[in-house]
Design a protein around this ligand. Structure first.
Ligand code: ZN
Length: 208
């Protein structure tokens, strides 16, 4: 049987390049349009499973405990993320609440669960799970909709503004959100095409 050449297509302009080994800290980009083609991943795939499990633990803490506690004249108030969504709905801002629920809770959780489902059999048995292709594509489609970092930025701005009027105490969930944002950046930077190469065993990288 004729051997199929190991090629990579540019997502920006469809130019085709042969793959080649990349060395540490090297990345390849398209000569024609500059779109990134591949980068050196080293042993990143071995760290993906523990990072994903750590993300899920932080995600649980971030949603189970209060984000901040606000104290003013002897009164205090604290809420979790779900509590904030319910309050938004009660105050007649259901659309905003739904958006927060989807981008901060649902999409990141589904992304992490899909990642865990993909990585467990790949890491432990070197086998792709059922529905591998659909799930890798779904991960790619969901990526822009996870916005925990935007939520965190909003919370930090609110804390700074409120701290002039009341005593604001950051809760366990806030620190978990900080950790989760950092870990998620590392986990979600693992490109979907790297899953295909990891699973189907091609070791080369692109060379434009
Ligand atoms: Zn290109």
């Amino acid at each position: 049987m004729e051997e199929v050449p190991d090629l990579i297509a540019c997502e920006g302009c469809d130019a085709i390049y042969p793959r080649a080994q990349l060395r540490p800290h090297e990345a390849a980009s398209c000569r024609r349009c500059g779109t990134p083609l591949a980068r050196y991943w080293g042993r990143m795939h071995e760290r993906m499973l523990p990072l994903t499990v750590a993300c899920l633990i932080l995600f649980f803490i971030a949603n189970a405990f209060p984000i901040v506690r606000i104290e003013l004249r002897g009164l205090h108030s604290e809420t979790t993320l779900v509590g904030a969504v319910l309050t938004l709905a009660r105050e007649g801002m259901s659309e905003v609440g739904l958006l927060v629920l989807l981008t901060t809770l649902l999409f990141p959780l589904v992304q992490l669960c899909v990642l865990l489902y993909l990585l467990l059999p790949i890491t432990l048995r070197n086998q792709p799970p059922l529905g591998f292709a659909i799930l890798v594509r779904a991960m790619q489609a969901m990526r822009p909709w996870g916005m925990i970092e935007v939520f965190l930025l909003g919370v930090l701005v609110a804390i700074v503004k409120l701290s002039g009027m009341a005593h604001v105490i950051p809760g366990a969930a806030l620190w978990s959100f900080v950790g989760l944002t950092v870990l998620l950046t590392a986990v979600l930077s693992f490109e979907p095409q790297a899953f295909w190469r990891l699973t189907f065993g091609r070791k080369g990288e692109a060379r434009p």
